[in-house]
Write a protein that binds this ligand. Sequence first.
Ligand SMILES: Cc1cc2nc3c(=O)[nH]c(=O)nc-3n(C[C@H](O)[C@H](O)[C@H](O)COP(=O)(O)OP(=O)(O)OC[C@H]3O[C@@H](n4cnc5c(N)ncnc54)[C@H](O)[C@@H]3O)c2cc1C
Length: 416
Amino acid sequence: MDRHGEEFDLIIVGGGPAGLFCAINSSIEEKKILLLEKMGSPGRKLLISGSGHCNISHIGEIRAFLERYGEAGRFLRPALLGFSNDDLISTFECHGLSMIRTDEGKVFPETLRSRDVLDLLLGLCRAKGIILRCDQEVRSIARSKDGFQVLTHDCLYSSALLVLSTGGRSYPATGSTGDGFGLSKVLGHSIVDTGPALSPVYIRNHPFSDLAGISFRDISIALFRGRKMMERSGDVLFTHGGLSGPGILDLSRHIRPGDTLKLSFLPALGRTSLERLLMERSQVDGDRPARILLADLSLPSRFISRILEISKIPNNLKSAQLTREMRRALVENLTGLPLAVERLGGYDEAMVTRGGVDRREVDPKSMESRLVNGLYLVGEVLDIDGDSGGYNLQAAFSTAMLAARSIKARWTTPRD
Ligand SMILES: Cc1cc2nc3c(=O)[nH]c(=O)nc-3n(C[C@H](O)[C@H](O)[C@H](O)COP(=O)(O)OP(=O)(O)OC[C@H]3O[C@@H](n4cnc5c(N)ncnc54)[C@H](O)[C@@H]3O)c2cc1C
């Protein structure tokens, strides 16, 4: 069949969760919708999300959600209020895929299989008559008198309306290689500097390299760039090359090479109270090794050995023998050991991309470009990135739904 020159009412570029959901929800009977995906099959990143379990959203009041996207929260407000976490959950449940909530508030399909989420979306696409074409990498887009001309390696398609849902640059093997940034730029959009986010961090001369796998619950992490930039708390995991875990991943969008991170391994105890506690205990239990005092504070044994070594305290030193300097060094290292950031993990490790199409150039009430009539941008191609825990998929679905509703309204409400 010769597809060259085929015309559509709407072309959606990118078959990730945002593109698929936008296609499903913009569909009306008399409109011809084409979804173009560059890979051999759609939704490859969705399949690996949440380690294949698909952490689709998070519970909680939607206004509190907005803080999880940093400065982009304000932009996302209409999309998230218009199609919230509860709406997303009930949409999937209405179609027969029940959802479960973890104690931390993460939402997953009951089957814990991303494949079931993708199959449901693909089934809905089929039912709605969406034309899905894979192995169709969009190479260029040009504006025409009546809309857009979309060129792949072997076809030229045209449409009145266009949605860009090409994602970011993370995990490029899934197909998300940042094509949408170049395509939007050619159409006149600015791109806010992109970089890896939700990424592990590599530490110069990492002192806990051989302690990889040890983790700390809800400890405080301070970020310094000359001065203190911010302080957050969260779970932290030691890796071979540095630090990971939700607390680090969520902060990573703000971290740059050369920054310093200071971890407080005993956040319930401030510097002064920790020092007082160590002093009191060594007076009462002077014969016990200092390491046992630390074990009483629930610190892991291998970590205690290393922190004593860093503080230049012999491993079996009795607590009564702790000098003032030693105690001060120990307290300092337990509440704010400086760790120099060498680099962030690359796009092959970062779960999302920060930066993207400038939010100021997109109407947050419709997801339509403010610069190009009939162009909509949804999902991670935009300058939005959220914390770990389901916030990124929720943003992809909510922005897609908003664009779909705007497109439908455009089709059903006559414009001047
Ligand atoms: C390992 C991993 C785990 C994750 N886990 C979670 C999680 O549990 N919860 C959560 O909320 N978020 C998670 N995320 C983030 C989440 O998956 C993304 O934010 C989300 O997939 C973005 O959706 P999207 O549709 O905007 O883009 P994508 O999912 O990136 O989809 C974009 C699609 O566009 C296609 N495409 C790109 N360029 C072109 C082109 N030129 N022509 C045609 N097609 C093109 C791509 O092949 C791709 O299929 C995870 C990410 C990773 C990498």
